[in-house]
Design a protein around this ligand. Structure first.
Ligand SMILES: Nc1ncnc2c1ncn2[C@@H]1O[C@H](COP(=O)(O)OP(=O)(O)OP(=O)(O)O)[C@@H](O)[C@H]1O
Ligand SMILES: Nc1nc2c(c(=O)[nH]1)N=C(CO)CN2
Ligand SMILES: [Mg+2]
Length: 231
């Protein structure tokens, strides 16, 4: 998704969610500084080397568990949205790429990163403290933002960790993005937040996030090159 295509979605998201666009822009500059200082950043060309015809993108919906029990996922590149990383690790599956705004279980993200997962870290106005605490502790980080892209900070489009995973798969050039554990609906999967012990009824801000995630995935289905499928 190009910047001009993303901007109208972003404007609506800022309005509806009540985000501070200036803080989002500041977060992007902060992440850039951290990555430049730590020299731990990577580029889209490095990630493109991993690409396969099929990408599996794992969301944190309740159906994820059953899918992990019944499929091997050995015929594609594996992209985990944030909290889904913990579920994959529990099933001894290491994602090639993790897409996160750093509000998942950091110990699991760090463990996967040490074992070889690339981490796509998203900067926004509400995770500046997390960026400062964690971004320099990772290696092989690709930075993303939701404001104008910078030299080493990319914007492929997409809002939540899950739909950004699908937009990343498209940007990497996969032919098919198969979405696993993307249930949306009324129940939030227990991997979505470190404090959740069980799958939980949806709360208001999450409902809005799911609305935009679905709207963006519909756009991708209609306008992207990759075929979007659901498991
Ligand atoms: N029922 C569901 N429960 C949880 N995640 C889901 C569900 N259906 C789809 N997903 C996708 O899986 C992704 C899991 O990411 P996660 O919830 O960890 O982070 P997030 O996008 O940062 O959300 P938040 O900002 O609310 O923490 C979501 O972004 C969403 O796109
Ligand atoms: N400013 C801001 N931006 C975001 C936020 C958020 O909570 N605040 N959450 C996201 C992932 O769901 C993506 N972008
Ligand atoms: Mg997250």
């Amino acid at each position: 998704m190009e910047w001009e295509e993303w901007k109208p979605f972003y404007d609506e998201i800022v309005r509806e969610m009540g985000f501070d666009e200036k803080a989002d822009r500041k977060a992007s500059l902060i992440l850039r500084d951290i990555l430049l200082k730590s020299e731990n950043y990577t580029t889209i060309s490095e990630l493109r080397k991993l690409i396969r015809e099929r990408a599996y993108v794992f969301g944190a919906g309740p159906s994820l568990e059953e899918s992990l029990k019944t499929h091997t996922f050995d015929d594609g590149i594996l992209i985990a949205a944030d909290g889904a990383t913990s579920a994959l690790l529990e099933h001894n599956i290491l994602p090639h790429i993790i897409v996160t705004d750093l509000d998942g279980r950091f110990e699991d993200i760090k463990k996967a990163n040490e074992l070889g997962s690339f981490v796509v870290v998203h900067a926004h106005g509400d995770n500046i403290e997390k960026l400062k605490a964690y971004a320099s502790k990772l290696k092989n980080v690709l930075g993303t933002c939701q404001t104008e892209p910078l030299d080493i900070i990319y914007n492929f489009g997409g809002f939540t960790d899950g739909d950004r995973g699908a937009f990343l798969a498209e940007a990497l050039g996969t032919r098919e993005a198969c979405l696993v554990g993307f249930d949306f609906g009324e129940i939030v999967g227990k991997w979505s937040k470190p404090h959740l012990k069980e799958h939980s009824p949806i709360w208001e801000s999450k409902r809005k996030k799911f609305y935009f995630a679905q709207k963006l995935l519909k756009w991708l289905e209609e306008n992207g090159k990759a075929r979007i499928t659901y498991l």
